[in-house]
Design a protein around this ligand. Sequence first.
Ligand code: GUN
Ligand code: ZN
Length: 428
Amino acid sequence: MTQILLLGQTLSFAGNPLTSDWAEVVQFDSTGAVLITDGTITAMGAMARQAAGNAEVIDYGDALIHAGFVDAHMHYPQTRIIASWGKQLIDWLNTYTFPEEARFGDSTYAEQVANDTLDLALAHGTTTLTSYCTIHPESVHAFFDAAAQRNMAVVAGKTCMDRNAIPALQDTAQSAYDQSKALIAEWHGKGRARYAITPRFSPTSSPEQLAALGALWHEHPDCLMQTHLSEQHAEIAWVKELFPNAQDYLDTYESFGLLGAKGIYGHAIHLEPREIDMLAEAGAAVVHCPTSNTFIGSGLFDLMGLARAGVATGLATDTGGGSSFSMLRTMAAAYEVGQLRGIALHPAQLMWLATAGSARALHMQDRIGNLTPGADADITVLDLASTPAIAQRTARAEDIWQALFPTLMMGDDRAIKDVWVSGQRMLP
Ligand code: GUN
Ligand code: ZN
């Protein structure tokens, strides 16, 4: 038995601070402790100290120990094209994204980018990623293999497209079904891997392909399903042209069996009231991608409106439409988008979104996203004075929220003091 006791300030959650008073659900301990036994969190606080026995002790001082960040929507094949200038969604896909994704039939290239992406994520304190791959099964193997080497809990799937993309990136309804099914058999539930059936978005899938993937999800209800929804106005107008009989964008998924509790809908910015009702009724999750939504000019996600309507929400980088690998930068952008909608998100709400909220959106809240006995020891430790600019501000802090908020707004990978995945220390 291997036991490790982490000491420092600890932050965890007993509920959802978007729908309850944050002060009632937050669990903060300025002299906290986390006991890890064989990769699992087995005790917190005084109980952890008591049960520690001969555990190795690592004292992080006044650094903040919390659950590892959970990125609920990203595209690892876009790592090499992050921060590409000057386009909005459809032009950006055609100009930068599709030519890059066409390279991922080459396993060696896919493996390089998958490994680089996971190392970048860990360096930024992110322990779980939910990634789109490309149409190539090789790209899916590369990502799951790289995650397995690090024992990371990840979600991923083959991106399916059979129209409106360059020929090199098109499959068919049948091959999308067959290849996704084979990938599910190989990867879903293997170690910490979870499979998400992945139609990219309705403009790049024919009705036949959407129906085939809906049937596949019906056969594998334990899998997640991820796609994009109502990100930009031009995209929504295009969906209306392509599906003239659909009631709205969500209906282009719903009518093919692609709306359900394990559905994860990225962006979901410009929703109709019916779409919000149906997402809530289905128990589906949407994912807020704020750096992407400002970077490619998509719009301002209505976090509080959706939370009030009962729609689960995760937070994500959306790399490389998003402009950062950092969930700290992503929380800053979520705060800024909130301000533009007249809402000041509390640091506890931002941290919940980046950890427990995203884990819940992925239906993985029992294993990750919170420091709680029984959960996997996926843990990030934040230095709250990582740069001179942050340190001079934190020196004035009167409580943990004043101490934390400057790091959320101004922090980057320099703030990541340590990262643990399944009880293993991951930073070099
Ligand atoms: N919609 C369809 N594909 C994509 C993508 O790769 N990134 C973003 N941001 N939106 C999309
Ligand atoms: Zn995306």
